[in-house]
Design a protein around this ligand. Structure first.
Ligand code: NDP
Length: 255
């Protein structure tokens, strides 16, 4: 295992589960000090346990249980990270959710409260957390990585508000990248397809329903040309690749 993140401090939001957990684990395994976060304390402990089980020193991991939909929760995340590690090099804005209408309606018929909840965590919290982290990322000439979704593409209909939030996130990535590069901070995103995480459970699916869904998309090449749903670690490797290679480019260009 290489030490690509040695000396770096990273916050990975949504690391009590799924893609965020795999990303935090990979970063820690490759030398980073990581702040892991989510609301569910039990799952957060599981992430921490996994990291420590791999032989990573306890002082390299900070677990912050907090609700990122609140600015108070975001302040706690940033302030406690700086207090413990003294700097911030990498912010992975991964926390996100797909909410459903309580009455099972699809498309634009979904209640506007679904839109509000979706935009709050998938978009607004990313903007405000980035604003709060900006000063420290500029000091470190750091990296922001936003986790978007293939749902941001033109084909998403039923999950309209989720798709809108991720399309807005893509625009935020483009605009923030242009805004922050003058300070030496790079902003990128990844757009996963279907990944087997805790997202199904968070949406109220039973494991059987989720498996049925995976079987369906895997058997339809127009859904998944490679024929298998992604694993969280697949996306974590792409996130790590992007961050490391952007760091190398920045060193070349002396940003
Ligand atoms: P999971 O449901 O497995 O994990 C979501 C994470 O986000 C959890 O750690 C959860 O923590 C956290 N989270 C959600 N709401 C809040 C909140 N209000 N405050 C703090 N943390 C919160 O999902 P995935 O790993 O699948 O999703 C990660 C990202 O990847 C999301 O942005 C998602 O949109 C995106 N994505 C996922 C795909 C997939 O197929 N799985 C496909 C494309 C994109 P907790 O519950 O502890 O609060």
């Amino acid at each position: 295992m290489s030490n690509r993140f040695s000396g770096k401090v990273a916050i990975v939001t949504g690391s009590s589960n799924g893609i965020g957990r795999a990303t935090a684990f990979l970063f820690a395994q490759e030398g980073a000090k990581v702040t892991i976060t989510g609301r569910n304390t039990q799952r957060l402990e599981e992430t921490k346990h996994e990291i420590l089980k791999a032989g990573i020193p306890e002082q390299h991991v900070l677990a912050i249980a907090t609700d990122l939909a609140t600015e108070k929760g975001q302040d706690k995340l940033i302030n406690e990270t700086i207090k413990k590690f003294g700097r911030l090099d990498i912010l992975v804005n991964n926390a996100g959710a797909l909410f459903h209408d309580a009455q099972g309606r699809n498309g634009i018929a979904q209640d506007i409260s679904v839109y509000d909840r979706t935009m709050e965590i998938n978009m607004r919290s990313v903007v405000t957390l980035t604003q709060k982290a900006k000063k420290y990322l500029i000091e470190a000439k750091g990296e922001i990585l936003n986790v978007s979704s293939m749902a941001a593409g033109p084909q998403s209909v039923s999950v309209i508000y989720y798709a809108m939030s991720k399309a807005a996130l893509d625009q935020f990535t483009r605009s923030a990248a242009i805004d922050l590069i003058q300070h030496g901070v790079r902003v990128n995103s990844v757009s996963p397809g279907v990944v087997a995480t805790g997202a199904g459970e968070a949406m109220g699916m039973t494991p059987e329903m989720e498996q049925k869904y995976f079987n369906f998309v895997e058997s339809h090449k127009d859904c998944i040309p490679c024929g298998s749903v992604g694993r969280p670690i697949d996306i974590a490797h792409i996130i790590a690749f992007l961050i490391v290679n952007c760091l190398l480019i920045s060193l070349d260009k002396r940003l």
